[in-house]
Design a binder for this molecule. Sequence first.
Ligand SMILES: Nc1ncnc2c1ncn2[C@@H]1O[C@H](COP(=O)(O)OP(=O)(O)OP(=O)(O)O)[C@@H](O)[C@H]1O
Ligand SMILES: [Mg+2]
Length: 378
Amino acid sequence: MNALAKELSVRFPDQTEFFPKTVMALANELNISEGEAYRFVTKHPKVRRGVYNLEATILPFRELKSEEPKAVSGGVQSVMSSEIFVPDADRAYVPWGNFKDVESIIRSEIFYPTYIAGLSGNGKTLMVEQACARLGREYVRVQITPETDEDDLIGGFRLINGETVFNKGPVVKAMERGAILLIDEIDRGSNKIMCLQGVMEGKPVLIKKTGEMIRPAAGFNVFATANTKGKGSEDGRFIAATIIDEAFLERFTITMDQPYPTAAVERKIVMKHMEKFGKIDKDFANNLVSWSETIRKTFEDDGVDEVISTRRLCHIVQSYAIFDNKLKAIELCIARFDRDTKEAFLDLYTKVDSEYAGTTEAKITPTTPANPDDEIPF
Ligand SMILES: Nc1ncnc2c1ncn2[C@@H]1O[C@H](COP(=O)(O)OP(=O)(O)OP(=O)(O)O)[C@@H](O)[C@H]1O
Ligand SMILES: [Mg+2]
């Protein structure tokens, strides 16, 4: 849909309100289906009968165009806006659990910093992204690493066309545009992210380096995701997780716990990914979900050291679409685990899929690794 928004901003440089008909005609020229174009238009706010305001989606393209070639000279300048956008709706996304609440928070436009904690790969990041997509809201994702600092978040000086220019960071841009700021994997940061303390209060923030005061526009809000609740990882599974300053954590209004989805929801997610990759196999979907459930239960009873996440199930579906071989897909996707875990996972799979019942480990691993001496004829 980015291509469509970009084309709209070029063809209609002074227009932000559109009839779906106009956009659908343009979509036709771009080989985008009319249905998709219609859904794209109607997810925007309706201003009057049959007319929608597409400003939130097309303005970033206009700004980008006018900002890119500019020879900037001094002052507070924003060089790129490409990191702010309304995300595209993902056809394979299944809303569940906290999704409705996240949507309500965003729709309320009340500043309400929200911390979402849960195990890896259960859809935390995707949930915030897709809530923005559905509501047609701009979204900025900043990925936190131990190296992330004020320069990356708030902004810093850059040399552009021979001149030193202050480049506003994603946090400042999100504040100015009233966008949703997703601070992803916040528990991977160092104390350098403490520069966000003021931002977390929803009040105007002073950019020390330029003296400019930034006021958060209506709708600005902060979501953070993490695998831990900022107190470190008790079982050592997330060794890179850091302890977040108590005063910083205090600034989040609420914390949402995100578990793995139920079997029924996960089955839906797997089926949607099968549709996406054009390889539908209902029995395989059911077996994968029973398998991940068994593994998670075994993990809780300390029977295995790892779990299969929703993300990993989706990776298996993708691999299955490529290789057309269930066990190969599973094996490749669990190869990152140690040998014992891998064997235990494969063994558990043969217990849920009757096709492989009674198969021994020796028989189910003929697919990998490829023999380096094998010559492959072209
Ligand atoms: N509700 C869902 N609908 C469809 N796909 C999903 C859903 N939840 C998770 N997935 C799949 O799992 C993948 C991982 O999701 P996501 O990146 O949001 O997880 P996460 O919880 O943020 O993980 P991490 O803690 O490792 O960052 C997605 O890319 C998607 O393929
Ligand atoms: Mg994530």
